[in-house]
Design a protein around this ligand. Structure first.
Ligand SMILES: [Mn+2]
Length: 336
């Protein structure tokens, strides 16, 4: 389905033209796509507008090289006036204000015009004036590129680097199911521009600390449980264990994908204690929809093959519950 039509693009262009103060925001625990989409628009708007990026919490070290990343504001109550006085707010890679955590109220209450560009299912209704929401898109950056093109916003080199980062990270280097014709088309148009694509890959994937690398070894050998009968594997980790390896936020990024490298595993889960709650991540191969599991049992949601949730119970209880649910939920895998 084509989500960009002339009426909406004309409306969005007029809002941008008429806006002097613009705020860009994205989901809690920003990833490459959240940062890529906000920083891309920032690097375009900052030449002519009073533009701010405000994010709900910290940026993983892996992405601190991104152009203008050091200009991002991390939310605190003193930033409220930026949202109050903004003419226009963009929700990027973010399907609702609840994904903004402590910023939620201020964002919802702001009188600014609001535009959402996102690829998560079920965008929050009555939040934005204009929605460009497409769950088929591999990355929000894919949509932001098309948006810029249609609105005649010139994608400069800095913005191109940011958009490419979002494409690469949300598609796992163009390998996940979600990677489509449009993804490659956008990538190929970005590749025409003169920036070092392999340098971006090195920044993202070859920048681990020794501790992060050893933590991965530890979870693979000691903390991964495989259930061949259910084509399922999970990894669980307490904060105390992670801290033995000098854990920093972002260090466990991608851990949830590790079990999927096993040929027979179609469904993987990662449970980690953080900030007093258990964060649950789910990934799958093929038709098995993990967002329904995240929604039904783990207070979350997400994409068909990549979703997340949370629990306030102790880690052991969450893991035990997951294991007890396996016969039921994986029946769906085998039925496919
Ligand atoms: Mn995304």
């Amino acid at each position: 389905m084509e989500i960009f039509n002339k009426i909406l693009i004309d409306e969005a262009s007029a809002l941008i033209k008429g806006a002097q103060k613009i705020v860009l925001t994205a989901h809690l625990n920003p990833d490459g796509d959240a940062l890529g989409s906000t920083l891309a628009l920032y690097n375009i708007f900052k030449e002519t507008k009073d533009c701010k990026i405000i994010l709900p919490n910290n940026i993983p070290d892996t992405f601190k090289w991104m152009p203008s990343c050091n200009e991002i504001l991390i939310w605190n109550a003193e930033h409220e006036h930026f949202l109050q006085n903004a003419d226009l707010i963009f929700f990027l890679d973010c399907n609702g204000a609840a994904r903004l955590d402590k910023m939620q109220k201020a964002a919802e209450e702001s009188k600014a015009k609001k535009i959402m560009i996102d690829h998560h299912p079920q965008p929050q209704e009555n939040l934005c004036n204009i929605y460009f929401s497409d769950p088929q898109a591999a990355a929000t950056c894919e949509l932001v590129y098309t948006f810029c093109k249609l609105c005649s916003l010139k994608v400069n080199i800095e913005a191109a680097k940011c958009l490419y980062t979002g494409l690469v990270t949300d598609t796992g280097c163009f390998q996940f199911n979600c990677t489509g014709q449009k993804t490659f088309q956008v990538a190929s148009e970005l590749a025409v521009m003169d920036f070092d694509r392999s340098e971006i890959i090195h920044h993202i994937y070859d920048s681990y600390s020794e501790g992060r690398m050893r933590l991965e070894g530890y979870v693979l050998s000691k903390k991964m449980k495989v259930f061949p009968k259910y084509h399922t594997a999970y990894i669980w980790l307490s904060l105390a264990e992670a801290e033995k390896f000098g854990y920093k936020v972002g260090d466990t990024e991608g851990f949830v994908n590790l079990p999927l490298s096993i040929g027979d595993v179609k469904f993987s889960a990662f449970f980690m204690e953080r900030d007093g709650i258990i964060r649950c991540s789910f990934r799958s191969k093929g038709d098995f929809k993990v967002n329904t599991i995240a929604e039904k049992y783990f207070n979350g949601g997400g994409h068909d093959n990549a979703a997340g949730g949370k629990s306030y119970k102790p880690l052991e209880d969450v893991v035990n519950r997951f294991v007890s649910l396996l016969p039921k939920i994986t029946k769906e895998i085998q039925d496919k």
